[in-house]
Design a protein around this ligand. Structure first.
Ligand code: G3P
Length: 282
């Protein structure tokens, strides 16, 4: 049952409609779902199979349609194929096609130069976007700047907590910093805490007031075991030996091209998604 005082939107991070069903059975509500090429590659129906480019695209479309039917009031994020050479024009074509698959799509684009160019153009055409693989406050500032004029809710920014933790930085600090920066600027962009690996990531994201959290089924199973409660004022996130990420004072009135958006984890993430997708193709 949804807690009365829950202000954050709860999304499932999965490429498998069976998990959508299971999460709905556990929580009794779901505000959306995020997918990506790696999650589609983990869908049990792809196990041991190879597809043509057209077939895998059709499979992705079928999966997304099934999910969208189960979460009709929510949002479903659908990710374009991008490797390090993919140009904005290709992302725009893919994004427009994917946006037509379901009525409630957000198009996921990498937060690199080409992805931001694509976002700028898609938002101007009235599409909704989810900027993914965000690892720095500067990237989040660039997302705000590139999508100015969009309605609240039409643009998500997805900072990846777990992958920062993996290399010893406190990923939750990035969520906190972006929320603070956007609040000061009264930003139209919604913060979507992603790469959430544990109930602690989830609970602290709730406490920080993230607009949205996406988490895998196992986190919701654990949340359910603990009674589907939101953290009280005494809740404390213990980040052990992780290095703090300091807050940077950034001027969000600048154009997006003026921010330093380069990040090694974004490049690595793009390559990883591309590899998982290409592995599905014969
Ligand atoms: O929401 C993004 C997510 O799927 C990435 O998670 O665990 O691969 O870093 P992870």
């Amino acid at each position: 049952m949804k807690p009365n005082n829950l202000a954050t939107k709860i999304f499932l991070d999965s490429g498998d409609p069976i998990e959508t069903k299971k999460t709905l059975e556990i929580l009794d509500f779901l505000d959306g779902q995020t997918t990506n090429p790696s999650l589609i590659a983990k869908n049990p129906q792809t196990a041991g199979k190879k597809f043509s480019k057209e077939e895998i695209y059709e499979f992705y479309k079928k999966v997304v349609k099934e999910i969208a039917l189960m979460i009709q009031q929510g949002s479903v994020s659908v990710e374009v194929y991008a490797d390090k050479n993919t140009k904005a024009e290709s992302m725009i074509v893919q994004g427009k096609e994917m946006f037509s698959w379901i009525p409630n799509a957000h198009i996921k684009l990498p937060t690199n130069t080409e992805g931001l160019k694509a976002a700028e153009s898609l938002v101007q055409d009235g599409l909704r976007v989810n900027m993914t693989l965000v690892f720095s406050q500067e990237q989040a500032a660039a997302v705000h700047a590139a999508t100015k004029g969009a309605n609240k809710g039409d643009v998500f920014v997805s900072p990846f907590v777990g992958r920062l933790d993996d290399r010893g930085e406190n990923g939750m600090d990035l969520i906190k910093n972006i929320i603070e920066m956007y609040k000061k600027a009264d930003s139209h962009v919604e913060v979507l805490a992603a790469s959430v690996r544990s109930l602690d990531h989830f609970m602290y994201s709730l406490q920080l007031g993230s607009d949205i959290i996406t988490a895998p089924l196992k986190v919701y199973q654990e949340w359910n075991e603990k009674g589907i409660k939101i953290p009280d004022a005494n809740y404390q996130y213990l980040f052990k030996n992780l290095i703090p990420m300091p807050y940077h004072e950034l001027d969000l009135s600048k154009s997006w091209q003026e921010f330093n958006i380069n990040h090694g984890l974004t490049d690595a993430g793009i390559e990883h998604f591309a590899k998982d997708w290409n592995n599905l193709i014969r």
